[in-house]
Design a protein around this ligand. Structure first.
Ligand code: MG
Length: 291
């Protein structure tokens, strides 16, 4: 089952989508989070073929477009990426490559954008913008102090996040928030795929920039698996339906190249995950900031 948020008649509607036939069934829920909460509790929507309508890709919004929910992100969670990041000189917060414990930071919900939206290059922080294709876990059932053994019971499904990052801010401020919290730096989508549809043992994650393959790895290279991340994060934070855990990016980000390959005006970034789909975002320079 795929849960999307669609723009229909100027409104945001949660809907079950059939990707293959580009059909949707609107859900009688106020928003995606209430739909996730009810689906995770066992609610089964009636998908009558007579009620299906067709949708276009440009109607897809971020599957979780409205707050409140937390976006937690995991840094350096693939072996090969941890090594490339350490080598790059942009890792100002650690003196070793492979972390002994998960590195967790957050992105604000104001950073979220849709699967087709532009990635903005804001004035003054546009010189070292980088991509990070990531598998993101969407929480379906709330919990605190969740043990590894039951962690997957709290997972609703998965989506794709591009953890876009301004590397110069990440290095200069010696923490991760400011360089990753920027408006429009969390493209997400195109939908949430429920956990029953994906085996995460060796799921392929790719990122292409202007068609050139930059990231190409599988979840087999993860340092900390999803149950571990849920156990560690829920030790500190109460998890709630709609919370997102972006699980880290694999090798092949822009700073992994010599010289670094940062994003520039007009670049098209496509992040894809096997079994989910893809998000495609064009990089756009913002000339003037507006309120
Ligand atoms: Mg990341």
């Amino acid at each position: 089952m795929k849960l999307a948020s669609l723009s229909i008649d100027q409104r945001i509607r949660p809907a079950i989508v059939d990707q293959e036939h580009m059909l949707y069934w609107p859900l009688d829920k106020t928003d995606a989070i209430s739909a996730i909460s009810d689906l995770a509790q066992g609610w089964t929507p009636q998908l009558d073929s007579n009620r299906a309508s067709s949708f276009r890709r440009d109607q897809l919004l971020a599957p979780l477009p409205s707050p409140p929910h937390n976006i937690m992100c995991v840094g350096k969670n693939y072996h090969a990426h941890a090594r490339e990041f350490h080598r790059s000189g942009f890792d100002a917060t650690a003196d070793s490559d492979i972390p002994a414990e998960p590195i967790v930071f957050t992105k604000p919900s104001s950073a979220i954008s849709g699967p087709n939206d532009d990635i903005p290059l804001w004035p003054g922080i546009d010189e070292s913008v980088d991509y990070e294709a990531e598998l993101a876990v969407v929480i379906g059932r709330s919990g605190r102090m969740i043990p590894r053994s039951s962690a997957m019971d709290h997972v609703f499904g998965y989506t794709i996040v591009n953890d876009v990052t301004a590397r110069d801010l990440q290095r200069k401020h010696k923490q991760w928030f400011l360089g990753k919290a920027i408006d429009g730096f969390c493209p997400m989508g195109p939908w949430i795929v429920t956990k029953d549809e994906i085996d995460l043992g060796e799921t392929r994650i790719t990122c292409r920039v202007n068609g050139e393959l930059r990231q190409n790895a599988t979840t087999a290279d993860l340092i900390f698996d999803i149950p571990t991340l849920i156990e560690k994060i829920s030790t500190s934070v109460s998890l709630a339906p709609g919370d997102i855990i972006a699980t880290g990016t694999p090798e092949g980000v822009g700073i992994g190249f010599t010289p670094p390959q940062f994003l520039k005006e007009g670049d098209v970034v496509a992040c894809a995950i096997e079994g989910i789909g893809s998000i495609v975002n064009r990089v756009k320079r913002i000339i003037k900031t507006e309120k």
